[in-house]
Design a protein around this ligand. Structure first.
Ligand code: PMP
Length: 297
C-alpha cells in the first residue's frame, strides 16, 4: 500500500520506522488474542496534529484504566508520532496510535506479557463519502445496546470494539453507514464511532459522559470552543430516542467523521430532511478552525 506513486508507507513500531510490510505483530500478542490494548485516532490538518496533547492524555488514561504501562514516555510517543508523520510526508491525514498488551502466553493473564507493543500508523482516511457531508447521512437505531460502563467503560478506547462493530453490521445490513446506540437504560449514548448532537429550537444538546460514551475529543472541542464562539452553547443532557426523532437537526462528530449532519433515522426524517443551518455553522466553523494557524492544542 502507498499514499501515491512509488511511496511506501512507513510504520513506527517498537522504536523503529519500518516499511509497512515489515511492520508485524506476533500471533501471540494479546492485542490480537484478546483485544487487550488501547488506541487513538488523530487527525493531521495543514501539517498540524490536531489536539495531540488531548489524544495523548486520553491514551494514557485508557492505558491506566487497563493497567497497561507504556514502555515509552508520553514525550517519546509524541516524538514517534511526529517522526511517522514526517517520514510519510503527510500534511493532511490520520494517525493511529496503538498499545497492545504485548506477546504473552495462551491465557488471559495480562501481566505475563512483559512488554507492550507500540505502533504508529500515519495514512489518509475517508470515513464517509464526501457527498454525505452535503446531503446529510442516513443512519439507523441499533438493536444492540452500548456496553454498560459497569462492564467495560466506553471511556476506555480499548482494542475491544466488537460492541460497536456488531452495531455497525446492523447499519450495513440496513444499507446505511452508522447506527445510533442506546445504553441499557434506554438513553441515547452515541454512534458506533461518533458522538451525537441534537438541535431543538435553536439549542444544542449532547449526552453527558455518564450516558456511557467515549468522551470524544471532537465533541469536547465543540463544547469548549466552537459552540461558545458561535454563540451556540452546548448543553450536556440525557435524552431519549423520541427527542432525537423530534429534533430540528441532528449531527455526529468524531476525529475521522469530523462534523456530519444526519437527515434520516430508519424511515424517519429529521427536521426538513436537509442538513440544517446550525449543523452547517458547526461544519464550516470546524473546517475553518482546524485548518487555521491556531495552536495544536
Ligand atoms: N465514540 C466512539 C465509540 C468512538 O470510537 C469515537 C472515535 N472514533 C468517538 C466517539 C469520537 O471521538 P473523537 O472525537 O475523540 O474521535
Amino acid at each position: 500500500m502507498g499514499h501515491g506513486v512509488n511511496r511506501t508507507v512507513k510504520i513506527w513500531i517498537d522504536g523503529q520506522l519500518v516499511p509497512e510490510d515489515e511492520a508485524k505483530v506476533s500471533v501471540m500478542d494479546h492485542g490480537l488474542l484478546y483485544g487487550d490494548g488501547c488506541f487513538e485516532g488523530i487527525r493531521i490538518y495543514n501539517g498540524r496534529i490536531f489536539k495531540l496533547g488531548s489524544h495523548l492524555r486520553r491514551m494514557w488514561d485508557s492505558a491506566e484504566e487497563i493497567r497497561l504501562q507504556s514502555p515509552y514516555s508520553m514525550e517519546e510517543v509524541e516524538r514517534a508520532i511526529r517522526e511517522t508523520v514526517s517520514a510519510n510526508q503527510l500534511t493532511d491525514g490520520y494517525i493511529r496510535l496503538v498499545f497492545t498488551r504485548g506477546v504473552g502466553t495462551l491465557g488471559l493473564h495480562p501481566f505475563l506479557c512483559p512488554v507492550p507493543t507500540v505502533f504508529v500508523i500515519a495514512d489518509t482516511i475517508k470515513l464517509y463519502p464526501q457527498e454525505l457531508y452535503e446531503s446529510g447521512m442516513q443512519i439507523i437505531v441499533a438493536e444492540r445496546r452500548r456496553v454498560p460502563r459497569e462492564c467495560l467503560d466506553p471511556q476506555i478506547k480499548s482494542l475491544n470494539y466488537l460492541n460497536n462493530i456488531l452495531a455497525k453490521i446492523e447499519a450495513i445490513d440496513a444499507g446505511v453507514l452508522e447506527a445510533l446506540m442506546l445504553n441499557m437504560e434506554g438513553w441515547v449514548s452515541e454512534c458506533t464511532g461518533d458522538n451525537v448532537f441534537v438541535v431543538k429550537d435553536g439549542a444544542v444538546f449532547t449526552p453527558p459522559p455518564d450516558a456511557g460514551i467515549l468522551n470524544g475529543i471532537t465533541r469536547q472541542f465543540l463544547i469548549d470552543d466552537l459552540g461558545p464562539s458561535l454563540g451556540l452553547p452546548i448543553q450536556e443532557k440525557l435524552f431519549r430516542l423520541e427527542e432525537v426523532y423530534q429534533a430540528d437537526e441532528l449531527f455526529l462528530t468524531g476525529t475521522a467523521a469530523e462534523v456530519i449532519g444526519v437527515t434520516r433515522i430508519g424511515d424517519r426524517v429529521i427536521g426538513d430532511g436537509t442538513v440544517g443551518p446550525i449543523t452547517r455553522r458547526f461544519v464550516s466553523e470546524f473546517r475553518a478552525r482546524v485548518t487555521s494557524d491556531a495552536p495544536e492544542d
